[in-house]
Design a binder for this molecule. Sequence first.
Ligand code: GTP
Ligand code: MG
Length: 232
Amino acid sequence: ALVRRVHFVKGAVEMGGCPKGDRGEVAFIGRSNVGKSSLVNMITARKTLAYTSKRPGKTQQFNYFAVNDKVDVERELRYGDDIKGEKDFDSFYICDLPGFGYAKVPESQRREWGGFMREYFEGRRNLRVVFHLIDSRHGVVDEDERIMGECAEIFGGGKKGTTYVVVLTKADKNVKGGANGGGGKAGGGVIKMVRDKMREKGVGGNPIIVTSSETKLGRDDMWRYLRLAADY
Ligand code: GTP
Ligand code: MG
């Protein structure tokens, strides 16, 4: 039981709104509708922790979730005996970001989020992992390239103690055998395409994880990196 407890903490719209950085933290970034909030639910095994939607533009703030908050777990240790013997209560924050690249979000709003993201990347000292989600059917598109370059500049080669990880989402929708197989852009080609783009942008050596929130593909791979925040 790696996730004993998890709850929504708050939504932040500026650095001052982030909770105290007293534990490790991971961030989920990527285009609108790529599946960030769904993946937050998948890794925490909760169905409706983070709100998801068929329509892009659902998440509108930097939404903070606390995994295994010490206060909760200690309270439970005091009043309950059902978790005796379990020791894996490492706590960390998950930060689910608004998506980028959604045309209907006003320019001023995008600029604000973009500025906050940059400031957050550069200033959030407890940030251990940045998961950059990319739709496995489409590969790297427009805004992804720009963000990848930004991440290479800020986190490249593990700078600042943050690991940049590319996560291919919705692999279940890859009819031609999934992201690892099949043909064309929607098949095995996508990993090579993403890897080439990563190399070009300066993060060629960083990990790529293939996931599906529907089938839970990639859950253990995600947890290998979530541990970096849990072990902070
Ligand atoms: P914003 O908050 O708008 O930035 O979007 P998001 O990146 O948080 O996407 P969200 O998790 O809300 O998912 C968008 C849509 O994609 C929803 O309809 C999800 O059900 C669907 N979806 C997400 N992940 C998967 C997946 O792994 N497989 C399939 N088939 N659908 C998925
Ligand atoms: Mg979302």
